[in-house]
Design a protein around this ligand. Sequence first.
Ligand code: GLA
Ligand code: ZN
Length: 673
Amino acid sequence: MPEATPRGLTRLAFGGDYNPEQWPEGVWHEDVRLMREAGVTMVSVGIFSWALLEPAPGVYDFGWLDRLLDLLHENGIRADLGTPTVVPPVWFYRAHPEALPVTAEGVRYEFGSRGAICHSNADYRAAAANITTRLAERYADHPALAMWHVHNEYGVPVSACYCDSCAAHFRRWLASTHGSVEGVNEAWGTAFWGQRYADFEDINPPRLAPTVGNPAQALDYRRFADATMRENFRMERDILHRLAPGVPVTTNFMTALSQCDSVDYWAWGREVDIVTNDHYLITDGRRTHVNLAMAADLTRSVAGGAPWILLEHSTSGVNWQARNPAKAPGQMARNSLAHVARGSEGAMFFQWRQSRRGAEKFHSAMLPHGGTDTRVWREVVELGAALDSLSDLRGTRTQADVAVLWDWHSWWAQNLDWRPSEDHDPRERADAFYEALYDRHLTVDFAHPEADLSRYPLVVVPALYLMTEAAGNNLKAYVENGGTLVVSFFSGIVDEHDAVHEGAYPGPLRDVLGLTIEEFSPLLQGENVRLTGPDGSELNGDVWTEFVVPRGAETVWTYADGLTAGHPAVTRHRLGEGTAWYVSTRLGAEGLDALLGWAVEDAQVVAPADLPRDVEVVRRAGASGTYLFAINHTAADAKVALAGTGTELLTGVRAAGRLEVPAGGVRVVRLDG
Ligand code: GLA
Ligand code: ZN
């Protein structure tokens, strides 16, 4: 698991993507002067610079990058140096047009944007290896070099290519994964609809077809595309490790963004030396700080609990959503410090100086178009000072209360076509359960379904359509040994090839939940069902219902109307030392809170008492002590109970017994003892 830290960085990371090639060198001197004023400790450079570094095939111009890295070093700023392989120069594409990716519809993309890459293309691989080698040879010993930033956000904007090279590569991947063409036929169930293959050569990517294609083929293609991007990452990483030993290698993730669900970050987390993440607020009317917390928790989890670095977020609005509101005063600091609370070793931004030209000129930056006499700049300077006062917490780990199961392969399978209801969105369930736990002030670790869960009193499964037998056994052992499990509907349905588990639903979960499901009965749009429960309590469900047959489980809430009236809606199964809950409909916030209330009691999870909604309290602990973060997202001052005494690090004030957190403010207490 990743444990490395950026070479020579002795403070938290604070800075951003720095693309100085947009300005004359005179501006660079103003940049570093202002970076020092703001307390910038590290910047990411060269991410998109291939066309400048290699202006013609085999012709290199490193002079400007030499001067830039020297300048950063003279000013005590560390460099996160990019390999520019996300945008090959136009000369490369003119020589190798087939390196441009092809869509499932057979359309080849053109040059002129970014990220237009066929990851199977041998010429691309050779050119990427070459520029990476040149950079590593030149800068391995440069004193500014803190870490390598390979590529940029693998998986977006193109998550898979459907060209002929990819087809050939896919066949090789299938051969090594399934052994034989018969293995593919078996796994994909090609006996259905007459899709049987006699030869690997006949198999293609899931290209445009008249109607729904083979789901297992589509699922395997997502795995193949992910694995192919990872091959290219490993290729670059191994060059960097060989030529620059000891310098950590990262590539920036986007863990919780449903728009970027094409990479399996569990697998990627094992490949990088330091996990780094990019997070932007999705301003769709929901509470943005909840999605932020979720992204940070997920990032820490793919890092195996180790510290990670927030490599990009925004000082204010972005420019790629339909509507891009500015951040409110204080919101940037709350965002940045919430990431730190949840394990980030700093807070970096896209980007340092706001662009005048190009696609992202309306995206906020640390140094806005308006210069230093702006609110954004003043808040950036304040944030730099705040982070500086938190330097000692480096290396400590965020403490989680509960686990939520998460698996990209299951999202991929579930999002294929022709399911019982298109209204069931597994990511919506993950968000909703996360939000319900957040509202109980519980800190969440995410876990792979086959991971060791024994240290968590409560494990929640919001939606896990694809589940292996091994995962089912894992959950059963977890409950038998005293764990409390909560499972939401349409989980444990198919195996790793999208084949329905044998026997009644939910195959690998039948024993642990103590029930079977005879039939799904999704609801029509706008349709609701009432549930009646203990002491006459009532809940509401929508989207989904099921005919649940208890086989050991007790019924806690019952459907009161609709087709499933009289049948169990929510059940509880005591098994061994533990308890397993099952909910067969889509509960709203109120229902989830009620359900989790019971489960939390079974699990004896103790949440911080008397905290107002949207006052976030998170702890990091380790060799240097215990740090309590309190982030007040509300417009009212709040009080947070403090066990013992400590020093508030942002103000230097002593705190005892309780902590005052001003409206919109953040407090970080280092506890005594
Ligand atoms: C991504 C990219 C950056 C920039 C930002 C803008 O995270 O990595 O280059 O485009 O988005 O939000
Ligand atoms: Zn391709």
